[in-house]
Every structure is written in structure tokens, then in C-alpha cells.
Design a protein around this ligand. Structure first.
Ligand code: Z98
Length: 731
């Protein structure tokens, strides 16, 4: 399957022959750092290889459209609820630099004691199934070809079906997974004995599949009442999972600690979070670090979330990090919207590029408050661990409510998460292994009759599904109602009919967001804002963000609602728009040639703002490329313009009319062309007209070489002049 950058991904093509799909690559991929990489006008210190296709950061056009890629893997979390919609999001995110796609699974899947099949719709994520994984991996194969960089696909192996999920992931080429038995115990109330027994098995499978593992410690940040106080506990959670993973056979460089800077402003963030990040990295040297953005203190204001995310990312640069994780800044107020996946990724890459080379210029102080805090945190973590050991070990500690409370250890508030060692999902399901137990796949922890001889364990029975993919049983849709074919019917029919609707969560969902400021007290303003949204025609309007500007002067609201409007795409025929030349290309051609340009607003027009925009260096006008501009001013007669053109030896004339009546702008253009011909200057001169009523087509009909209307920039005009003059020069 191949993607073309001007065509949408073809879901039907993705779904075709999935029963025969095999992953073309297995295991995790890091970005390759390139030292002192020259990209455009800059030499970068912390970048990796460039992409083949991408959307650069918005300001890139000032710098020759460079799109440097940082050396950290960038994660985006995808959670539309329908895997077919996830695929398009992944493609958008990959074009913006994400190479770790974390697919959130549907609420409750961790409580299902086995695999599920088909592709039912999910809540807060998708059900992870073989078909969903294959479709996603197949789409990602094509997307990684398109952008020119391997993309890691990630989901979850914690939960009741951990070992089964791990085998499924290893079979299907999933590249990364969360696995942490403590997650099961603390956050999903799954029986502790079962969780740890399963974890050994699951981790062994992940290890053999070179799948990167993330732990679950970040959940303590996210659930604690005062997240900055649970840092000693976080060390202990990381330590238990790391030690257990090593014991199960994982390599340290595929074990990643999932860490989150615990606070957000107005808390003194760097003062609290930086020593924590430093201490973690000192204690867990040799392991990998995945830095997630803070999600504990996200409000409904995406700007606030973004600023916290920037600070989080700065901490990642100040302390070594391998994966910069991002979350959609609208998490917590909607099903995250696809453009917000892109927003999150862009926050990380914009920050990381801005901080390029930082650590070659500064050093963190090891003494003073940093050193003290680091030492104290480590001591408290060790005490926490000793406390567990003295109290009878991990299970007893959890039964006693040792984990997740709001006290800075050893301070206790008696508000820990308490679990019964004999309770929870899957209690009583751990049974002793029979002496003749045979493991169903080669990757396996512990005793197994097949693993006793030479060679592969599965050679005794002719190969397992990890070694021989033809043995995998692929099961297609089972639910006649809830399946991808049925879900695709409406969107596909609308697409075939050429209909377009706005969307943010799922194909054609009609969801839009409007921003309204209402000048009244918050309560009245909110009710009024909702009513205004209704009158705009939005169905089911809902306030997703409210920000008080002043208790009496007014508040700002973001309101989402459904705009039930479909427009036909054939109403908008595509016109070929030539990309303007880059600033550098224009300047390189213009400067050595000393080209004169005469410009004026003509007739009786005193409005010079538009022309200034096009000419003045201050407004990014054509002067900056080295054109010699002779601005004759306002209300200049056409004859005067032509005389100046003759005198200065100009190669181009730019006339502008903003205010016009009775089509005088057309008359001016025709007259300019006529005069140039009379004076035998037409071959030498490029005639350009601009103004609110002017279009390129109209200008050409009136004898101009080009016309520029509303929104045109100096670069557009310069690009036209250079292209035309260059062609003339080339003959
Ligand atoms: C993140 N947004 O990591 P359920 N195992 C572990 C987890 O941390 C998680 C799951 C499983 C977060 C995602 N973490 C939260 C160790 C989830 C998921 O039960 O299917 O939700 O398991 O960035």
C-alpha cells in the first residue's frame, strides 16, 4: 500500500487482505542522532535525520522552510474510539514529527480475561484486537514510507490478559507497550498474585520481541491528591518494575521509566520538578526515560496546558530523556480532537528545537538547593522501600495502604489505596504449574517441557505462532452490528457523493468550536454564550472552556456543538496555485542585479497602506530582497508613473488602487498598458496591479502581467517578478 500526499488514506485498501498481513519489522526503533547537522541557515546539536514529507513549524518559512527533527522520540496518544478514524490522526501526527503512536484502549478492556476479536467501537479508546492491530500496523507501514522514518506503534499489556496481549503484540509487530503489575493492583484492582505471575510471563514475551516497555508509575502522579509529595513512592514503583523486568529477562535499554514532572504553575514548577527529574536519572542510570507531560493539573484552557507542557519539555532537555510524550491539550474536556494531537506534538518539537544545544551552554548546579533536594528525595525513597521490606514486603504494604497518598514520606495521612491480597479481579486463579506443562509459544518464563532440549522450544511441535506466523488464527468481524464495514457505510457514501462536513473526533462528525467573549457576569455570560451558539445554528452546544476576564466585565467561552452542514466539494474547483519562491531564492536572484521598480497608488487614491505592505522592508515588502523601489506616493497620474519608469530604467511597475468607483481601476490598468506600448517600453516592463477589487484574471484582461488582490504579500509579488524576469533572461 502506498500513500500519495494529496490523497486521503484509503481505509478499504487498509482493510484488504488483512488476514494475510505480516508485520515487516519487529521491535522498537530509536531516532538516530546526527551531530552538528546543517539544516538551512543553522547548525543543530540535538537533531536526528530529516523527514521526506512533513509539515514544518508555522514560523519555518522565515528560515527557508527548515524542518529539523529533534533526537528524542515523540509520542502522541490517539483515542478517537474508532480505529478507522485513528489511522488518519496518526498520519497527521506523523507529518508533524510523531514517531511513537500510543493507541489508548477502550475503558474496561484491562478487566477482560482474554483476547477479543473484531473491531467494536470503544469508549475513550479502541478495543485492541488482532484486526485493529493489523490495520493500524499496515497503515503505519505506509505512513512511515511517506514520512521516511520508522514509526513505533504502542498499546497496553497490563490488565488481566497480560500474557495473551504480549503474545499478540509480539506476533503482530507492536513496538512498545505499557506493562507494570503494580498498575493492575493499584489502579485496576486486579489480584496481586495473579498480576505478578502474569507480569513475569508478559515481560519475557516483550523482551524476546524487542518491545519497549513503559511502566505505570506516572499513574501515581495523576491520581495523588498532591502529586509533588508522592515522589519517594514513585522511585519505589519504578524500582520494583525495573528489577522485576530485569529478572524476567528484559534488557535495561528497552525498559523505560514513565515519568511526569509532578506540578504545574502556579506551583513553583522547576523548583520542585527539576530536582526530582535529576534524582530519578541518577538512581536509574542505564534505563530509558519517557517524559510524559503533566496531566494532573490540566484545566480546560488549552493555552495553560500548553505552557505547562513547554516547561515539562524544558525539564526533558535539562535532564537526559529518550521519549518526549505528549497528550492532546484538550484531554479532559472532549474526546481529544485530531488537530489537538498535532498541537501537542508541535508543542514538544517547537520547544525542543528552540532548546537545541542548550546543554552545551549551561550546567545544572549539583550543590545548593538542587543537591539537597536530590539527596533528600533519594533518602526518602530508600526509607520507603525499607519500610515495605520491614512490613512484610510489597503485598503487605499494599494491604496496609502504603501507596498513593498526599504525604511526603514518611508523613502519612492514611489515604493510601488499600487492596486485599486475596481479592480483586482474577483472585484465586493462580495455580501451580504441572511438571509436564508445555508453553504455547517459545517466549516463556520458567519451567516448560519444551524448553529442555537444544534449539527452539517449539521445534518439538513444529513451530509456534511467534516463529511461524502461518499458524496464527485470524478472526474477522464477529459482531453483525458493531463492525468497521457498518461504520464506514455513511462516511463512504458521503465521500462518494462529494460531501464535506467539519470534523474533529470522527469522520464528518460536524463538530465545531466557537470562541465567544460575553461582557457580563460569569453566570449570565455563560448562559448568553450558549444561546448565541444555538442561534448560530449549533446543535447541542456545550461550554468546553470558560475563562474569567473580569468578574463584571466579562468572560471568554469556547463552545463546541454540531454544525449540521454538508457542502459539495465540486462547488470549489481546484485552481493550481504556484508556491511562491523562498525568501532566499528571491534575494539570491535580485540582489546582484540591482533591479528598479516604480510604484504608486494611481488616479485619485490616497490609500497607500496596501502598497506599503508590498514595498516596505518593515512590512516584509519586496525592498528586503534588494529591489530598488521608487515609491511615487499617492494619487499619481498614470503618465507620471510611466515617466518615472522610463527615467529609472525600471523593469517593473506596480500600481495600486484600493478605493474605486465606476471601474476606474480597470481604466488605470488599460491606460498603463497603452502608455507603455506607445513609449516602446512594454517589452522591458512588467506591469503589476494590486488592490481590493483586483484579481489576477481581471488584471491580465486589462493588459497587466499580473494582478494581486487581498492577502497578497511582498513575497508573492517578488516571486512573480523573479520568475518572469528569470525566464526572460534565460530566453
Ligand atoms: C500514558 N495517558 O501513559 P487500561 N498499563 C499501564 C498504564 O499506565 C496504563 C494502562 C496499562 C497515559 C495512559 N496509562 C494511562 C502501566 C494507562 C492502560 O486499563 O486499558 O486503561 O490500561 O500516557
Amino acid at each position: 500500500m502506498k500513500l500519495s500526499s494529496d490523497e486521503k488514506i484509503d481505509i478499504r485498501e487498509v482493510l484488504k487482505d488483512l488476514d494475510k498481513y505480516c508485520p515487516r519489522r519487529k521491535g522498537w526503533t530509536w531516532r538516530k542522532k546526527v551531530e552538528d547537522q546543517k539544516i538551512g541557515p543553522f547548525v543543530y546539536k540535538d537533531t536526528s535525520e530529516n523527514l521526506k514529507n512533513s509539515v514544518p513549524l508555522p514560523a519555518a518559512h522565515y528560515f527557508g522552510n527548515v524542518d529539523p527533527q529533534c533526537d528524542l522520540v515523540i509520542t502522541t496518544e490517539i483515542a478517537s474510539g474508532r480505529f478507522e478514524d485513528d489511522l488518519r490522526r496518526m498520519r497527521m501526527a506523523a507529518w508533524h514529527g510523531a514517531d511513537h503512536i500510543m493507541v489508548i484502549r477502550t475503558t474496561g478492556q484491562s478487566h477482560i480475561d482474554g483476547l477479543i476479536e473484531g473491531t467494536p467501537e470503544g469508549v475513550g479508546g479502541i478495543p485492541v484486537t488482532r484486526k485493529q492491530i493489523r490495520a493500524t500496523r499496515k497503515a503505519l507501514d505506509a505512513i512511515e514510507e511517506e514520512v521516511g522514518r520508522p514509526i513505533n506503534f504502542h498499546s497496553y499489556v497490563s490488565g488481566l490478559a497480560g500474557p495473551e496481549m504480549a503474545v499478540l503484540f509480539a506476533e503482530e509487530g507492536v513496538n512498545g507497550a505499557h506493562q507494570d503489575p503494580q498498575y493492575n493492583v493499584l489502579y485496576r484492582d486486579i489480584n496481586m498474585h495473579r498480576s505478578f505471575v502474569d507480569a513475569a510471563e508478559a515481560k519475557r514475551v516483550l523482551a524476546d520481541g524487542d518491545i519497549l516497555q513503559l511502566d505505570g508509575a506516572h499513574n501515581a502522579n495523576a491520581t495523588a491528591k498532591e502529586a509533588w509529595k508522592v515522589t519517594p513512592e514513585l522511585f519505589v514503583q519504578h524500582a520494583i518494575n525495573c528489577a522485576y523486568s530485569l529478572a524476567a529477562g528484559m534488557q535495561a535499554d528497552l525498559i523505560a521509566l514513565s515519568t511526569v514532572p509532578p506540578t504545574a504553575p502556579p506551583a513553583p514548577k522547576l523548583r520542585l520538578d527539576l530536582p526530582y527529574a535529576v534524582a530519578l536519572r541518577e538512581v536509574f542510570q542505564g534505563f530509558r526515560f519517557r517524559a510524559q507531560q503533566n496531566t494532573r493539573y490540566m484545566e480546560t484552557d488549552t493555552m495553560e496546558t500548553t505552557i505547562t507542557h513547554v516547561l515539562d519539555t524544558m525539564i526533558s532537555r535539562l535532564t537526559p530523556t529518550d521519549i518526549q510524550s505528549t497528550i492532546t491539550p484538550d484531554e479532559g474536556r472532549n474526546i481529544p480532537w485530531h488537530y489537538n494531537n498535532v498541537a501537542g506534538v508541535n508543542t514538544a518539537r517547537q520547544t525542543l528545537m528552540g532548546l537545541d544545544g542548550l546543554m552545551e551552554q549551561i550546567e545544572l548546579k549539583k550543590d545548593g538547593i538542587m543537591g539537597e533536594e536530590v539527596r533528600e528525595m533519594k533518602e526518602r525513597a530508600v526509607l520507603f522501600l525499607e519500610d515495605i521490606l520491614e512490613g512484610g514486603g510489597y503485598y503487605a504494604a499494599v494491604e496496609g495502604g502504603q501507596f498513593v497518598d498526599s504525604g511526603y514520606f514518611p508523613e502519612r495521612r492514611g489515604d493510601g489505596i488499600v487492596r486485599d491480597a486475596e481479592g480483586g479481579d482474577g483472585a484465586g486463579t493462580v495455580i501451580p504449574r504441572e511438571p509436564d506443562y508445555g508453553a504455547p509459544v517459545c517466549s516463556h518464563f520458567g519451567d516448560n517441557i519444551y524448553a529442555r532440549g537444544e534449539g527452539k522450544a517449539c521445534s518439538d511441535y513444529g513451530g509456534c505462532t511467534l516463529c511461524d506466523p502461518s499458524k496464527i488464527q485470524y478472526i474477522d468481524e464477529l459482531d453483525p452490528e458493531d463492525n468497521v464495514e457498518r461504520r464506514l457505510k455513511r462516511p463512504m457514501a458521503e465521500r462518494a457523493a462529494g460531501l464535506l462536513r467539519p470534523e474533529v473526533e470522527r469522520h464528518g462528525d460536524g463538530l465545531v468550536c466557537v470562541t465567544l467573549f460575553v461582557p457580563d457576569k460569569p453566570q449570565i455570560a455563560e448562559a448568553a454564550a450558549l444561546e448565541m451558539a444555538r442561534r448560530m445554528g449549533l446543535q447541542t452546544p456545550e461550554v468546553i472552556s470558560r475563562r474569567i476576564m473580569h468578574p463584571a466585565e466579562g468572560s471568554l467561552f469556547e463552545i463546541k456543538g454540531v454544525l449540521d452542514v454538508a457542502v459539495r466539494r465540486d462547488e470549489f474547483p481546484e485552481t493550481e496555485r504556484e508556491e511562491p519562491l523562498t525568501d532566499a531564492e528571491i534575494e539570491a536572484w535580485v540582489r546582484p542585479r540591482g533591479i528598479h521598480v516604480v510604484a504608486a497608488t494611481v488616479g485619485e487614491d490616497e490609500h497607500s497602506v496596501g502598497l506599503h505592505e508590498i514595498l516596505d522592508i518593515k512590512h516584509g515588502g519586496i525592498e528586503k530582497y534588494g529591489f530598488h523601489c521608487h515609491n511615487l506616493g499617492t494619487s499619481v497620474p498614470i503618465e507620471g508613473v510611466m515617466a518615472a519608469a522610463e527615467e529609472t530604467g525600471a523593469r517593473a511597475v506596480i500600481i495600486s488602487t484600493i478605493v474605486t468607483h465606476a471601474d476606474v481601476h480597470k481604466g488605470h490598468m488599460r491606460r498603463l498598458d497603452e502608455l507603455a506600448r506607445e513609449r516602446n517600453l512594454r517589452d522591458r516592463l512588467l506591469l503589476v496591479a494590486g488592490g481590493t477589487q483586483v484579481t489576477d484574471q481581471l488584471a491580465r484582461e486589462c493588459g497587466m502581467n499580473a494582478g494581486f488582490g487581498r492577502g497578497a504579500t511582498g513575497r508573492d509579488v517578488a516571486s512573480f517578478l523573479v520568475r518572469t524576469l528569470r525566464d526572460e533572461e534565460a530566453g
